[in-house]
Design a protein around this ligand. Sequence first.
Ligand code: BEZ
Ligand code: MG
Length: 585
Amino acid sequence: MSEKSQTNEALQSASARDRRVLELCEQVLEIEQRLIPTGLHVFGRVAEEAANVDMLRMVASFDRPESGARALPDLVAEGLGFGPYAQLLEASKQSVLRLKERERVDEVVQAAIELFVNAREEASCTWLEETARVKREESRPIFSLLSKILEQLSENQELESLSRALRGEYIESGPGADIVQNPEILPTGRNTHAVNPYTVPSEIAYARAEGTVNRLLERHLREHGRYPNAMALVLWGLDNIKTQGEGVAQALWLLGVRPSRDAMNRATNIEVIPLERLRRPRIDVVMTVSGIFRDLFGATMNLLDKAVRAVALLDEPLEMNYVRRNIEEQMRADACAFDEAALRVFSNAPGNYGTNVNFMVMDSQWEQDSALGDLFVTRKCFAYGRDAKGNAVEGREARRAMERALTRVEAAYQNIDTFEIGITDVDHYFEYLGGISKAVEKRARVRPAIYLSDSLSADHKIRSLEETVRLETRAKTLNPKWYEGMLKHGFRGVAEIENHISNTFGWSATADAVEDWVYTEVAKTFVLDEEMLDRLRNLNPHSARSLVGRLLEAQGRGFWKADANVLEKLREIFAGLEDQLEGIV
Ligand code: BEZ
Ligand code: MG
């Protein structure tokens, strides 16, 4: 080998190594910066101020035009001469120098918020001017907003409001969201009002959804070599209230349409985005909406249904319009009418809620793998929208139409709208996104790619389900900051830890998305560590037993290849816990 090519090779492997190190660094930062709840909200009680630092930092990370405030990371990055923060974020994935600059910005932002919590507005503005050349006129609006938030957080009218409500008195109303999305939700303890479905999706939600859908489709194309023929989407009510319809807007973007408003400014119609502007095929979407969504967003279900029908009738090449291609194919194969083949909005039967997949998993009531997906379809195969004559289809059972639509699905997706609740905090994510993925797996004969978006991240992050499970496990379940926060709540805290592990198990059951190390580390942290096991057992022996039982079930069902000695130890501990509960020891 020539000297030159040897040098080239060395340089190449050095730069490959640098890239890998930067990638790892990015992943570690992601875990570190993930906002996690460190304990439960206690009704009627005010949280300690120090516990608010991370949340205030998140509030300050976004532009707040309604308060005339710019995002603090932008102000600091510009003050330090590093340019806009979003560019720095992107560049820091490629360059060590830019990564150092980003870390400097993050440190300054963090320190400014801590100073604010300890010494308030003036002190932070002065310090930022001295340290990062941020003019006080520029930083004052964001700190004024944070001052208002802190003040509102320091009083809590929840108990008072509850007793007033019980006396039948009037309770002031307030919007529903989380604090980062909309600080106007404070003070809590008000009568949460929802949204006018005719305003959904808002302009902002529609604009944000474009970036998310682009990233999603780019990722799928990169990893699978083509666009998904059809996607299964999960739409929830509370999510779309909080984001003013980001999930709905994402469905519209996949189809390649925009909402249009009537004379009363209601989003009742759609406008087609020309293919030349879209520059990609229109993706077919099968939408399963929750019972809450169905109850709140009747007008929106009609809008989505209308969008599918309009796109299916466009005179466009089939390879650029998957909706038309799939519907025509189905009409031919099944000799069915357009109205039947075009059904794409599904929910529960009227008056029914939920998929029950979570109950089947939690109660270990399934044998065949496919039972979970079949249950999902049984619960969710009721169609909504309008037929060609304009008559409402309000929850007619349409199992065959739904199953046929699912056979073409190549990717499943749900928008995550909040930092407060993640995919292992509650059993609803796996019952919906896991449930539909399992239903697709049997009907399409292949497991779909499964994605989630983080609509709160500045760069519309798209993660695979596996990546999200890993992130949640590291940022929460195995993070002492998280579980110690839970353990402060005693009995309830242990139940929360056990819930997390059972919800993680739900992702094995529905989507095989949990790697062995997750269960191995859970066993080490909560069961094989004697001191920890004693704490759990003393605080809540029922949940401690369920936790160990769940690990044994994961092994028994083939979700976890556990070491034989670990398994034996778990069995022994399980038997001990049973004896303790039965009062034998
Ligand atoms: C919803 O907002 O639609 C929803 C909330 C919790 C569970 C399922 C659905
Ligand atoms: Mg496995």
